[in-house]
Design a protein around this ligand. Structure first.
Ligand code: ADP
Ligand code: MG
Length: 569
């Protein structure tokens, strides 16, 4: 294997050559403290940056095994290393010529602690994967700059961010313990008959609509009402108290601007863990919770939305509903059925993003528009059946309709950002003022029939390329010649999740989508493969930008692929 001085020499020799000559540096190099692997070399200074891996022996890195000897701890430590590398790289990465020259960067992270392929650890090695913009003047190689980057900057970043002795050990310990506690808490939920827990003192509001860091100065810390208080003894933090939301149907009510949506958003993201200092470290939710909203314009492939919608004009079938441009209510119905098909156990709905006619149909409207002229059975008539027939709970933000009091188990009112339990008061009011509604939609929720996706309807190729995938932020995947719009799938938090989802669709097509397996079977297979063999199985060579995702978001992407066809349509 070559070493550090070989690489330096090579780079200096390449100075002023055509940019393409950089491909000569592909390979492995022994550095004093680590092995550097140049895996992929970019074709020009403006192209996607080059892919680099570094492996450090534990005899040098020196991480004590108790920082990674369980899955929770390992993921917490890997997340920490990614963040440390990111901070050190930002300090030393500098503009060094044309295009991306001089860039040193690692996958984008936010407030969530997620499993990522950017940093890996075991008893032998620490591995970090990152991107480097190989420096150029115009389209000529800047060999001296490149030598500086590889032989000085990168070793410095590594010394600063990936050796146990150079890290803030207390902070690292806190990260590992925080994540362990959160995972433990989430596991306790089901046993306690809860679907979510929000610890006292949590800070739920965010800095702004586009900045998910906590709002600090003006934030009112969360304080649980006595009726809903539960207590846990966490493995690290010890005794904590907070609000337990029981399984069943829960309403979050309250005046406008009193913090309802902020609470629901924290619950949505409680399927993930958060970094210390985020404010939501001890907000945990059933891992099978899915945010449901209206999403007009989306495509729908053969979904049985008949539990909600029947007898559409022009007698379009709803047990096998297809649309390339769904309405607010049909899209919301499809979002629910697809979530159930994928195994959701908790639905989260906010009136701000729901279709009104899907949510409610009051007495007066029932009188004016007869049932045989209204295809929609509103959610209010189905939400209890979801729980009694399928054990699926719902948490609903609803400030605008008291009709829901009849179907709720728990009613929480937000008042000046503080929750109170108003369940008995709401029930009293429901007794006094009857809605006089006729309930619609029969005695049972209805069947959920898993669909069978057809392989020929899923094609990642484009032009002469077999696979063309690109990701735009957390909103869009370019899949072959198609664009998949995921702007309304709110539980995707990092671009790396979308990247991995795109790769997972290709993987699923290769492995499991054969015109015989149902969608839930396919999801199960892919998720198990990732669980047992790691995210690296999704790509032909190791990548640093894959981030763990849930089966629900994988299903969401596939369901929004406009070419998707399922058996029988
Ligand atoms: P609602 O859904 O009840 O209309 P929101 O949840 O949208 O209210 O909150 C309204 C505003 O109040 C938002 O700007 C939000 O960031 C802020 N906010 C929410 N919770 C808190 C809190 N605990 N402390 C301070 N501000 C908060
Ligand atoms: Mg709101």
């Amino acid at each position: 294997m070559s070493n550090l001085s070989n690489l330096r020499q090579l780079l200096l020799q390449l100075d002023n050559c055509n940019y393409k000559a950089y491909r000569d540096i592909k390979g492995s190099y022994n550095f004093p403290n680590f092995t550097l692997i140049i895996e992929h070399v970019q074709g020009d200074p403006f192209a996607a940056p080059s892919k680099i891996r570094v492996q450090i022996s534990q005899s040098v890195a020196g991480f004590p095994p108790n920082l990674y000897n369980s899955q929770s701890r390992e993921i917490a430590l890997r997340d920490y290393l990614t963040r440390q590398f990111d901070a050190a790289a930002q300090e030393s990465s500098s503009f060094r010529g044309s295009g991306k020259s001089g860039l040193i960067t690692i996958t984008n992270v936010g407030q969530e602690v997620l499993e990522r392929t950017s940093a890996l650890i075991n008893q032998k090695t620490v591995e970090v994967r990152f991107l480097v913009g190989l420096p150029a003047r115009g389209r000529r190689i800047s060999g001296r700059q490149a030598a500086e980057m590889f032989c000085e900057d990168i070793p410095q970043i590594i010394d600063k961010s990936l050796l146990y002795q150079s890290l803030n050990q207390q902070e690292l310990q806190q990260q590992v313990e925080t994540i362990e506690d959160a995972d433990w808490l989430r596991q306790q939920l089901a046993e306690q008959g809860l679907v979510a827990f929000i610890a006292d003192g949590s800070i739920l509001p965010r800095y702004s609509g586009v900045d998910s860091r906590p709002l600090l100065e003006a934030a009112v810390p969360f304080q649980c009402p006595p009726q809903l208080q539960v207590e846990f003894t966490c493995p690290n933090r010890g005794v904590i108290t907070g609000m337990g939301i029981p399984a069943g149907v829960t309403l979050i009510v309250g005046g406008g601007y009193h913090g309802k949506s902020t609470l629901l958003r924290a619950i949505e993201l409680g399927v993930y863990n958060h970094i210390p200092g985020d404010g939501r470290e001890l907000v945990v939710t059933n891992p099978a919770a899915v945010k449901i909203r209206a999403e007009d314009g989306r495509s729908i492939a053969g979904v049985d939305i008949s539990p909600f919608i029947n007898q559409l004009p022009q007698s379009r079938p709803t047990s096998n509903f297809c649309s390339s441009n769904a309405s607010g209510s049909t899209s919301q119905a499809a979002n629910i059925i697809e979530a159930l098909e994928a195994g959701a156990q908790l639905l989260l709905v906010d009136e701000d993003t729901a279709a009104t006619n899907f949510m409610i149909r009051d007495r007066r409207m029932q009188q004016l528009i007869a049932k045989d002229k209204e295809p929609i059975t509103p959610f209010i008539d189905k939400v209890r059946q979801l729980y009694t027939d399928y054990g699926v709970s719902t948490i609903l933000v609803i400030g605008g309709s008291g009709d829901y009091f009849d179907v709720a188990d728990t009613v929480i009112a937000m008042d000046n950002f503080q929750p109170t339990d108003v369940t008995s008061k709401a029930k009293e009011i429901a007794q006094q003022h009857r809605t006089e509604r006729t309930s619609e939609g029969g005695k049972q929720f209805g069947k959920i029939t898993p669909r069978i996706p057809l392989p020929e309807s899923i094609d990642p190729s484009r032009g002469h390329r077999d696979i063309k995938l690109r990701v735009r932020d957390v909103d869009e995947v370019v899949f072959g010649t198609e664009e998949i719009d995921l702007g309304a799938v709110e539980q995707i938090v990092e671009p790396g999740q979308l990247r991995a989802i795109a790769e997972a669709i290709v993987y699923a097509k290769r492995q499991d989508i054969n015109g015989k397996y149902t969608l839930p079977e396919i999801l199960q297979q892919v998720m198990t493969d990732i669980e047992t063999q790691g995210l690296d199985i999704l790509t032909p060579f190791p990548q640093g930008d894959l981030v763990k995702f849930r089966r629900f978001e994988l299903a969401a992407a596939l369901n929004r692929l406009r070419t998707l066809k399922v058996l029988g349509n």
